[in-house]
Design a protein around this ligand. Structure first.
Ligand SMILES: Cc1cc2nc3c(=O)[nH]c(=O)nc-3n(C[C@H](O)[C@H](O)[C@H](O)COP(=O)(O)OP(=O)(O)OC[C@H]3O[C@@H](n4cnc5c(N)ncnc54)[C@H](O)[C@@H]3O)c2cc1C
Length: 262
């Protein structure tokens, strides 16, 4: 069981950050749904909920999602349904249930960098950045692969484009963790393929993407789907074996690419 010694309702990001780094047992709270499953002895739990970071907004270049935005807000956001072929809104809809999504935050979902993450898989296939209080703005992919540092994820920024996109996931039963998750997008710079829940955290399949540079035909799509399972590592856990995940990956990648070329 998690235990919490002190609670801070932060009045500024600066106060939250100074408190976070003051003691290695201090933590930022998102919706606490993942945190509460652990056994951590937390010294000070830092709550960001009064900092106005629960909004989804649009600028000229980006759709921005504040870290305390709930997954339910993401799912029901008109902006996110209308942009990126709706994959950001859609990718959360199978996560547990509505009450759960009312509480889970985008900040906790991205900062957690979970292997099973639907959210990371979809965001990696788009031109996504994170803004960290100390670390500044960086591409999501760099953040996902960086060493874990104490910092505050302030917001997620997705560059707007006319990209086509598709998201597919396979679950053993509705609301369970995904067995595999695939997101594909196509913008001016080419096709992006992201595969998560392998069961490792989401990764881009760059070699497969390169095979699609000449165009989306039956044979390039087939070759790209095959390349995905050669270049990415797949594994076994209690939900599925490696061989099954590889089969699924090929099928879901093909399905997703077929959708964006339709
Ligand atoms: C039973 C269960 C089933 C789930 N199923 C799925 C699923 O199928 N698909 C899926 O994608 N996800 C799934 N999740 C993950 C879930 O959607 C959330 O991503 C997860 O609960 C974390 O979000 P949270 O708001 O609860 O974060 P918390 O539990 O509060 O925090 C998680 C971590 O992030 C840190 N943190 C939170 N916010 C910030 C911030 N702004 N800056 C810095 N650090 C921060 C916390 O300190 C902690 O280390 C599941 C989780 C649970 C508990």
């Amino acid at each position: 069981m998690i235990t919490i010694n002190q609670y801070l309702l932060a009045t500024s990001l600066e106060e939250a950050y100074e408190t976070l780094v003051a003691n290695k047992k201090n933590v930022i709270l998102g919706g606490m749904l993942w945190l509460k499953m652990g056994k951590q002895a937390v010294h000070t739990a830092i709550d960001l909920s009064k900092l106005g970071l629960d909004q989804i907004t649009e600028t000229d270049e980006y759709i921005e999602i504040g870290c305390m935005t709930s997954l339910r807000q993401v799912e029901t956001s008109r902006l996110l349904q209308e942009h990126f072929d709706g994959i950001v809104a859609n990718c959360v809809k199978d996560i547990v249930g509505t009450q759960f999504r009312n509480v889970a935050t985008i900040g906790g979902s991205v900062f957690g960098r979970f292997g099973f993450s639907d959210v990371l898989t979809a965001l990696l296939a788009l031109d996504t950045y994170v803004e960290l209080y100390k670390g500044g703005v960086m591409p999501l992919e760099d953040f996902v692969n960086a060493k874990r540092n104490k910092d505050i994820l302030v917001k997620v920024m997705i560059r707007k484009s006319d990209s086509k996109a598709s998201y597919h996931t396979q679950r053993n039963s509705a609301t369970d963790f995904p067995v595999l998750a695939v997101a594909v997008s196509q913008a001016d710079e080419g096709v992006k393929i992201s595969v998560g829940a392998r069961p490792h955290k989401a990764k881009r399949a760059y070699e497969a993407e390169a095979l699609l540079q000449g165009g989306l035909t039956e044979s390039t799509i087939e070759a790209a789907a095959q390349k995905v399972v050669e270049e990415l590592d797949f594994g076994t856990n209690l939900r599925a074996g490696e061989a099954y995940r590889k089969q699924l990956a090929q099928a879901l990648v093909k399905r997703a690419i077929d959708e964006i070329r339709a």
